[in-house]
Write a protein that binds this ligand. Structure first.
Ligand code: PAF
Length: 289
């Protein structure tokens, strides 16, 4: 059974003990409501480091929409069981008042990353993500940390923190785990019924349509027009954005060339639930067009 810890004081004692044995630590930060995608992070952490520490904390400062925060699923008992079955060693589950003992005075600004994709549509979100990730890094002192590809921009934000603060932490990006329907696993999927889950698969179909059309030589404009049409024609889903970007910088690609590493990034609402997804690939022109 993993050790379940709720206070920073107890966590610090555990970390001190781990460090005294010179054991390495893999950190898996989560907001709970765990699914196979999270467990994949834990399994990967187990393979790389001596001790795996998962955190479960629904971080209020990263929710720009307070209704979304209220509705965020909480399944602590089931989460502990899943983490236990996956070989996690320590689970840190603090209360909000434990983490935010006083009002935070610092603000983090990630430059252009705030103006694009999630940054553009969720003002303040990455400040909240940056704050909690820095707090967890400070508390856990991990050797490595694991984040899912579904939140690709979040990964770039955390890479920025590590680079700008010279943190001695290795970052790991773990691929998206999908349902058999193609829908990216997400804690938010729990808020959808069967019919809505089916509608949500439009997101994955659109990503693949866009990739196929780019490879066939359609211009970005044509691809984006076609994707928008797919969303318009499907009832019950509303596209927020769909963008063709450079995988590394996440900046929009106005022209794609052989060998470019591209990410197609999308956000859409189904029954008021905001879902994001992406695919990453190397652009190779189709030789037979
Ligand atoms: O990806 C998430 O679940 C959250 O943004 C994280 C990294 C746990 C910070 O609250």
């Amino acid at each position: 059974m993993p050790q379940v810890i709720r206070s920073k004081y107890d966590l610090k004692a555990v970390i001190k003990n781990i460090k005294s044995k010179r054991a390495s630590i893999g950190l898996v930060p989560t907001m709970g409501a765990l699914h196979q995608g999270h467990l994949q992070l834990v399994e990967t952490a187990n393979q790389h480091y001596d001790v795996t520490i998962a955190t479960i904390f629904v971080n209020p400062t990263q929710f720009n929409n307070k209704a979304d925060l209220k509705k965020y699923p909480k399944t602590e008992e089931a989460d502990i069981e899943k983490l236990s079955a996956t070989g996690c060693d320590v689970i840190f589950i603090p209360e909000v008042k434990e983490i935010y003992q006083k009002e935070v005075t610092i603000g983090l600004n990630f430059g252009y990353l705030e103006e694009i994709l999630e940054g553009k549509h969720r003002p303040g979100h990455f400040n909240g993500v940056g704050l909690i990730v820095m707090k967890l890094f400070g508390l856990v002192e991990p050797t490595g940390a694991f984040f899912g590809q579904k939140d690709l921009q979040q990964f770039r934000i955390v890479s920025t923190l590590i680079a700008d603060f010279d943190l001695p932490i290795k970052l790991h990006l773990v691929p998206i785990i999908r349902e058999t329907s193609g829908l990216a696993m997400s804690s938010r999927n729990r808020r959808l019924n069967d019919a809505e889950l089916k509608i949500a698969t439009t997101i994955y179909s659109a990503l693949h349509l866009a990739k196929a059309q780019l490879i066939e030589g359609y211009t970005q404009e044509m691809v984006l027009d076609n994707v928008e049409r797919v969303f318009r024609e499907e009832n019950g889903i509303e596209l927020e954005y769909f963008e063709i970007v450079d995988e590394e910088t996440l900046l929009s690609k106005t022209k794609v060339s052989e060998g470019d590493r591209l990410a197609l990034c999308v956000a859409a609402f189904v029954a008021g639930v905001r879902l994001i997804d992406n695919i990453i690939f190397e652009y190779k022109e189709c030789k037979y067009r």
